[in-house]
Design a protein around this ligand. Structure first.
Ligand code: FAD
Length: 327
């Protein structure tokens, strides 16, 4: 049976986040030829609608309101529900991002539906689709199938490949006007802690430092390597607790969960709580002076050595490779 799927796109600072395109690809896989409708919520999002179409959406609905400039669960759920009631989709997809993690349970409870959260892969297509999601902090995976009713799932960023962008595609864009009422909270201000540059949760390359980095200054070579590789800097809680870097960089059970193509763990022991946030990375490289460090159990490549000796060599080699245009 074909399914009409509603896909919530996410924008940040006027640009769509990659997870929006990944969600469209996931929607296509389960739609069985049904219509993919993108949904954009914010104070000014209409200009982003055609990009959702170029990544595979058939049409896009926007909900614009001054009170939707910043995400609040009250505001977004009112906007979402208005569109949901108009469209009655068979399936809903959103990113397992900070926004999606907050909004999806609220919506599922309003709809009385199930929710398959944090999906990292989909096997099969259409009605046969099975959803893979990590459990027990990534120590095991389970396969879930929707039995009946609304199919509602969230996808972990960086796991499902988006479709190729087709600049020649165009689709219908319509708007739904919603009265936003009874907001129990408003965001007065947002103070950014993370540095400019690549978003940690969507980075393809992450260079992460631990307590072994020894100081705030010790993070400088990691920043240099991350920049050379077009990636982002992350950290263990050990490094955050020691005040070497901001908690916004923390990866792990109580930090961000990331799945980059390349994760370079530097001076990180590999505590279970850290691995919960990075062990699904596609390639893991560890640099640690202790050959028994736990991180080597998940590493594809390991360098046993003093990071203060290894890092300058690594940076030099990357620079050389870059100068010959092979990186
Ligand atoms: P350490 O364990 O101190 O490891 C430092 C490593 O650096 C060692 O392996 C050492 O051999 C190596 N090293 C030292 N000097 C050098 C050198 N010169 N060259 C090379 N290697 C060197 N942790 C997280 O990361 N994320 C979380 O989300 C998280 N959540 C937690 C939640 C709970 C409820 C609890 C109890 C703990 C949590 N932790 C989390 C903490 C976790 O248990 C570890 O304490 C923490 O990950 C350790 O950080 P680390 O590996 O940087 O430090």
């Amino acid at each position: 049976m074909s399914k009409n799927v509603l896909v919530l796109g996410e924008a940040r600072e006027g640009e769509l986040r990659n997870v929006s395109f990944e969600a469209i690809a996931a929607a296509k896989q389960i739609a069985g030829g049904g219509t993919i409708t993108g949904l954009l919520i914010g104070d000014s999002v209409e200009n982003l609608a055609q990009e959702m179409v170029q990544y595979g959406a058939d049409r896009v609905i926007t909900v614009e309101h001054a009170d939707l400039k910043q995400y609040t669960s009250d505001g977004y759920s009112q906007a979402f529900m208005a569109v949901y009631e108009q469209e009655s989709p068979d399936a809903v997809v959103m990113g397992h991002t900070a926004l999606g993690k907050d909004l999806s349970p609220k919506i599922a409870s309003k709809l009385g539906s199930g929710l398959i959260s944090d999906v990292t892969a989909i096997e099969g297509e259409g009605d046969d689709a099975e959803f893979i999601r990590p459990i027990y902090s990534g120590k095991a995976f389970e396969k879930v199938k929707n039995k009946e009713g609304l199919l509602f799932f969230t996808i972990r960023p960086n796991n499902i490949e988006p479709l190729e962008k087709d600049g020649s595609r165009s689709g219908d864009v319509s708007s739904v006007s919603v009265e936003i009422t009874n907001l129990r909270s408003i965001i007065a201000d947002v103070v950014r802690k993370a540095s400019e540059g690549v978003d940690l949760s969507e980075a393809k390359v992450i260079v992460a430092g631990g307590r072994g980095v020894k100081s705030e200054d010790g993070f400088k070579p990691l920043e240099e390597l991350a920049e050379l590789l077009g990636g982002a800097v992350g950290a263990s809680r050990g490094a955050c607790d020691a005040d070497y870097c901001d908690y916004s960089l923390q990866i792990g059970q109580t930090g961000k969960v990331v799945t980059p193509d390349l994760y370079i763990a530097i001076g990180i022991s590999g505590a279970i709580q850290h691995m919960a946030g990075m062990s699904n990375s596609k390639i893991i490289v560890a640099i640690n002076k202790d050959p028994e460090a736990n991180i080597f159990k998940v590493a594809d490549y390991g360098i046993v050595g003093d990071l203060f000796e290894v890092m300058p060599i690594l940076i030099e080699e990357v620079k050389k490779l870059k100068s010959t245009q092979t990186v």
